[in-house]
Design a protein around this ligand. Structure first.
Ligand SMILES: Nc1ncnc2c1ncn2[C@@H]1O[C@H](COP(=O)(O)OP(=O)(O)OP(=O)(O)O)[C@@H](O)[C@H]1O
Ligand SMILES: [Mg+2]
Length: 297
């Protein structure tokens, strides 16, 4: 706000006379442009787990994310909100290089997980995607047993080899995901036979089983009923004690309930970021306010 006011004042002072009318309108456009694009709020934190600087994402010639800089704090839940098509999933997928799988997609800028530059050529994306795990909108268990859904990752990443180790990791992951009690007597049955909410918790257990540091969730509750949603939200609150979580949601109440910081995206720009309380009660940017009050999107 302060810098916008300052820019206006500078503009007002520097123009006079007939010629200035045209120039002024050019400046006015620039100002509006800047107003729309410059992130307001608190982008950076002291105890960052991931840092993103000047991230741009293109699909071919089309730019989907513009100059996004933000930190994701340790043991925090960061909610990413914004209208459909604003780039939330695109940005989320940058955080574990899932966009590498889209041939037309190009990512520039820098993203670090602690000291690791995750886009460094030497980084192997397979362990990276275990460290920065992902849970998708639609629960997508493998066509395998409940046990194997959870055991598969630790097996291929060499985190557990003996049957006893695998049993241990399956049980502890299902417990952390709040699913153990419901499935402990039918671990050999197909994961796809569970209810939607159970399947989503199975997918969370699968992500946890490979000892991630960060968990990315792209609208994890949008296919769930209110009861299953509440279970997953409670789970997110518990998981935060051990992990850093980034959640994309269209549900404002959910963002308010589960997150400590909220980032608002609009047409590829990170418009505003700050503590969830502050963003929801006192949004600084007009676009954020329009969105959270339901005037847009
Ligand atoms: N694989 C792709 N190829 C080309 N363009 C894409 C691709 N994926 C996304 N886009 C485009 O990038 C922009 C951002 O899309 P993205 O899916 O990240 O938005 P979103 O905020 O997650 O939307 P929603 O809330 O609907 O899930 C959109 O214009 C979309 O059409
Ligand atoms: Mg999306």
């Amino acid at each position: 706000m302060e810098s916008m006011t300052a820019a206006l004042t500078v503009g007002d002072i520097s123009f006079s006379g007939a010629d200035s009318v045209a120039s002024e309108s050019v400046r006015e456009e620039e100002k509006v442009d800047r107003e729309n694009r410059q992130t307001v709020g608190v982008q950076f934190v002291d105890d960052a787990r991931m840092t993103c600087r000047d991230v741009n994402v293109y699909y071919g010639a089309k730019q989907a994310i513009r100059d996004v800089s933000i930190d994701i704090g340790r043991n925090e839940v960061l909610a990413m909100i914004g209208p459909s098509g604003c780039g939330k999933s695109t940005f989320l997928r940058c955080l574990n290089r899932m966009n590498d799988t889209v041939s037309t997609c190009q990512v520039t800028g820098a993203i670090h997980l602690d000291e690791l530059d995750i886009y460094d050529k030497s980084v192997d994306v397979v362990p990276l995607r275990a460290q920065v795990g992902m849970v998708f909108q639609k629960p997508n268990p493998f066509p395998k047993s409940i046990y194997d859904n959870v055991a598969y990752g630790p097996k291929i990443h060499g985190l557990a080899t003996t049957r006893a180790e695998l049993n241990e990791v399956v049980e502890s992951s299902l417990k952390k995901a709040g699913l153990w009690k419901e499935v402990s007597d039918r671990l050999d049955q197909p994961g796809t036979g569970l209810s939607g909410g159970q399947q989503q918790r199975l997918c969370i257990a699968r992500a946890i089983a490979v000892r991630p540091e960060v968990i990315l969730m792209d609208e994890p509750c949008s296919a769930l009923d209110p009861i299953a949603t509440a279970t997953v939200e409670d789970l997110i609150a518990e998981l935060r004690e051990q992990y850093t979580i980034v959640i994309v949601t269209h549900n404002m109440q959910q963002a308010a309930r589960v997150s400590q910081r909220t980032a608002y995206f609009h047409l590829g720009d990170l418009i505003e970021v700050g503590s969830t309380d502050r963003v929801f009660t006192n949004p600084r940017h007009r676009l954020t306010e329009d969105y959270i009050t339901g005037r847009f999107g």
